[in-house]
Ligand binder design. Structure first.
Ligand code: TRP
Length: 440
């Protein structure tokens, strides 16, 4: 059977927006802000930035090289460069895509609901009780399904017609909203306490292993690394792209939006005297404390809060698209399915897999922990070994860029990255196991 020619991005800019869209999402706003609050403010931020550049960026370039070089979805890309014995790792990647999207879509559903109800009904001043009502059960399930349907529709329309077009419209809007909100937050009386809290540095925290684990997991999650999402997107790229340059742009945009999101969240919370609420619950900063702040702002809060949640919906949607695309590309390449069929069948399966997460936020939290601490960090470890040691001459697939940088890159992948990830995993595995045991 002759397969149709492989889809391609229609422009370099389009790929960039789609890749940045994958990276920038709930991770930048929801996860980043609560992890920062939990792990000692700026000390965590500095650690997260260091890991992003020294560990995340090399792995990101490794994924781009594997995808662009093979022009294939993850399982076949690994087989292309490493032989069939590497296929199981590709299956793990696809499984991670299923797992992550299944709960990611539940949280995305909350953001859709908050955006709609914030704008049309106003935010509930009793935000804690409101969150408990809508975060699990039928409500959460309904919005989860609706969000998955939107994701399926876009992915079914194809790489350039669906994914690229959506990202090109939505990503600039997201940037504008987040920057605008950060500027607005700066004008609020009392916001300075928020900056002090956010940018305060408790270096003592750096001696805690939990902080390292959280920062490493966050760096991988936020850059969409460790399960072949960036690999899959790069497989639709032509020969002429400068991959290191793309990788740097993606990483800068990703940490930039996370940092600016912090400049929205913390000053607003402090300006409204809600700082004692932060850190009470992991999801608190975003879905409880901020809506409370928006409710107190009255009519302005509906506008500001509505925009905030619209930005979250946008980020979540462009990220969810990339997660589904990993699975769909595998269905197209590996099973010979049409894109439409793959999107509908796999999207529906993921929607069903998300039911437990929609039923209980404890289950959701545990799935998040397993996905990040085990699948993504483990996937990153395997990828660095693969490109560092197994693949012959990955430098040749990179394209341009100086020889010195290429040598540094390869050596990071060979030594520093696997050592670091191995170290983090060594501590992450038992604690994740404990979380799972506590669930039952
Ligand atoms: N990076 C996204 C975020 O920050 C989430 C995401 C999208 C993701 N695709 C991924 C995470 C692939 C891990 C792997 O919200």
């Amino acid at each position: 059977m002759a397969s149709p020619p492989r889809e391609q991005w229609s422009s370099r800019y389009g790929f960039m927006m789609a890749a940045v869209g994958s990276a920038v999402g709930l991770g930048n706003m929801w996860r980043f802000s609560y992890l920062t609050a939990e792990n000692g403010g700026a000390a965590f931020v500095v650690l997260y930035l260091a890991i992003t550049w020294l560990v995340g960026l090399p792995v990101l370039l490794a994924e781009l090289v594997l995808g662009r070089g093979s022009q294939k979805s993850p399982i076949r890309a690994l087989a292309h460069f490493g032989g069939d014995s590497w296929k199981p790792l590709g299956f793990v990647f696809v499984a991670a895509g299923f797992l992550i999207l299944s709960y990611y879509s539940v949280i995305a559903g909350w953001t859709v609901r908050y955006a709609l109800s914030g704008v049309f009904l106003g935010f509930d001043p009793d935000a804690g009780a409101h969150f408990v009502r809508v975060a699990s059960g039928w409500d959460a399930f309904g919005f989860h399904i609706a969000f998955m349907m939107g994701t399926i529709l876009i992915v079914a329309r194809g790489v350039s017609g669906g994914i690229e077009r959506t990202a090109m419209v939505l990503m600039p809007a997201l940037f504008a909203i987040v920057i605008g909100l950060a500027l607005y937050a700066a004008t609020l009386d009392g916001s300075s306490g928020g900056y002090a809290y956010y940018l305060n540095t408790d270096f003592g925290k750096l001696s805690e292993l939990d902080v390292w684990k959280a920062a490493a997991g966050q760096a991988f999650f936020s850059l969409s690394l460790g399960m072949g999402a960036m690999l899959t997107f790069a497989s639709y790229l032509g020969r002429d792209t400068d991959l290191p340059q793309e990788a740097v742009i993606i990483a800068v945009a990703d940490v930039g939006i996370a940092f600016i999101a912090g400049l929205v969240v913390f000053p607003m919370i402090y300006a409204l005297n809600l700082s004692s609420d932060v850190g009470e619950s992991t999801v608190g900063a975003l879905f409880i404390t901020l809506p409370k702040a928006f409710a107190e702002m009255g009519a302005v809060g509906r506008g500001v809060g509505g925009l905030f949640f619209v930005a979250l919906v946008v980020g979540a949607l462009t990220s969810a698209i990339s997660l589904l695309e990993v699975v769909v590309a595998t269905g197209i390449d590996g099973l010979g399915w049409t894109r439409r069929k793959a999107a509908i069948v796999f999207g529906t399966a993921i929607a069903i897999l998300g039911i437990p997460s929609a039923w209980s936020t404890d289950i959701l939290g545990a799935v998040d922990e397993v996905a990040n601490n085990i699948f993504l960090l483990g996937g990153g470890l395997a990828l660095s070994i693969f490109v560092g040691w197994v693949m012959t001459d990955p430098e040749a697939e990179v394209g341009s860029s100086g020889l010195v940088w290429l040598a540094i890159w390869r050596n990071l992948l060979r030594f520093a990255v696997p050592l670091f990830l191995g170290f983090v995993l060594y501590f992450a595995i038992p604690s994740t196991w404990e979380t799972l045991v506590a669930l039952f």
